[in-house]
Design a protein around this ligand. Sequence first.
Ligand SMILES: C[S@@+](CC[C@H](N)C(=O)[O-])C[C@H]1O[C@@H](n2cnc3c(N)ncnc32)[C@H](O)[C@@H]1O
Ligand code: SF4
Length: 427
Amino acid sequence: MSTATEELPRGIELTRKGFVTNYPPYRYWRGDVAQRFLTPAPLNIYVHTPYCVQRCAYCHYKTTTLSENRKPEIDRYVSSLCREIELASKRFDLKARPTHSIYFGGGTPTLLSKDNLSRIMDTLREHLTLADPEITVEGEPVTLIQAKADHLQHLGVNRISLGIQSFADEIVLKTGRRDTEKQGLKAIEIALGTGAVVNIDLMSGLAGETDATWAHTVETALGTGVQSLTVYKTELYSNTDYYASVKKDAQFLPSDEEEVKYAAHAIKQLERANYLPVNFFTFTKGGGFMQRHTTSKWRGDDIYSFGVSAFGALGNISVQNTSDLQKYSDMVEAGELPVARGYQLSAKDLMARDVVLGLKLLRLDRKEFQRRHGFDLVKLVQPTVDALVGGDFLTVTDAELALTRKGLLWGDYTGRQLSAAVDAVAS
Ligand SMILES: C[S@@+](CC[C@H](N)C(=O)[O-])C[C@H]1O[C@@H](n2cnc3c(N)ncnc32)[C@H](O)[C@@H]1O
Ligand code: SF4
C-alpha cells in the first residue's frame, strides 16, 4: 500500500499543522482598505421618463407618445416613481450613501410638467443624501420653453442634454420629428441661459444625409458654443420605422462607409475647434466638463435606476425593472419593487465588463485593472493586444492601453475584441 507522502510532488511536506483561518493571510491586509470599507461608496441615480412628443423613425427606446391628453396617466406614473424611490431607499439603505449624480433620461423628461419635476426632485431630496450632485436632464428641443428651463434651473439642474440629431430640416423631417434648425438653436440658447453645461446629440448616418447636410449640421453645432457635443452612429434596430422602410426599399440610409466618413469628418472639425474626445462619442471644449454620471456608468460604479424598464447595478448584480407600464405602477402601488430580471456578474464578467465599458473612456489604467482583478491586462491577453496595436487601434505603455485616433472610430469593436479575449482566457 502506498502512503500519501509518496504521492506528493517533491518539496511538499505532508503536515496536519497550520489551521487555515482565512484567505488571504493577514499579512496582506491593509489599513487603507479598512478606510475604504468605512467610507460609504458614492451612488448614482437614473430616473426614467417613457413619454415622448412622437416616435422618431430611428429610435429603438421603449417610449410612448403623447397624442391624447394623458395627464392623469403621467401623474400616476410620477406618483409611482416617487413611491419606488421611497421603497428602494428603505430596502437598500440608499440614504446612507452620498448621491453624486442624478440623470433624468428618456424618453423626454422635459415633457414632464413643472409640478411633476418638482415632486420627483423633492422625493429624491427626502429619501436620498444629495451630495452636491450633478443633475442632468435630457430633452427634445421643442419641449424646452423658457418657463421649463427656468424651473430646471430652480431645481438645481446643472446639465442639459438636447437631442438635436441634425440641423438640416429636410433630414429631421424624415425622422418624424418636428424640430427645425431655428427651434433647435433657440432651445440651445435657452439651455445655455440657465448656466447649465449643455450637451447636444447629433446622429451620423441619418436617412437622406449627404456631405452637404452633414457639413452644415457639424458647422452649425460648432457655432452654438455648447460645452459638449455627442455624435452617435445611427444604429438600425428592428423595432423602428427606419427598419421597416429599409426593408421595403423606401428609405435611403447611408452605407457603413459613408457613415464612417461622416463620423471622421465630425471628429476632424470638432478637434479643430478644440472639442476633444472624452469618450468614443462625446467631445467637450478643451476636454473638460467631465460628466460624472456617464463616467461612473462606464467605470461600472453603482447606479440605482428608477422607472419603467430602467436598468442599473448595485455591486456585481445588474437589474432591470419591468417594461410594462401598467405592471410597473401596480407593483409599486402594492409596495413591491418592480424589478423584473437581473444578472449576477462573475469575476470573469467583471473583468470583461471593465474592459469593454472602461475603454469607452478612451484608456484603460493597467494598475487599476490589476488592483481590481489581480492580473496585468496586457500579459493576460498579449496576442490580442499585439494585434490591436498592429492594426493601429491601440497604443500601450507601462501605465495604460489607449485608443488611437483610428481606434476612436472603432471603439466598441476594439473593446469587444479585448473583452472577448479576456473571456476566452478566463474560461
Ligand atoms: C433618449 S434620447 C434623448 C433626448 C430626446 N428624447 C430627444 O430625442 O431629443 C437620447 C439620444 O439617443 C440617440 N438615439 C436614439 N436612437 C438612436 C439610434 N437608433 N442610433 C443612435 N442613436 C440613437 C439620439 O441621439 C437621442 O438624442
Ligand atoms: S429619439 Fe428621443 S424623442 Fe425620439 S422617440 Fe427616441 S427618446 Fe423619444
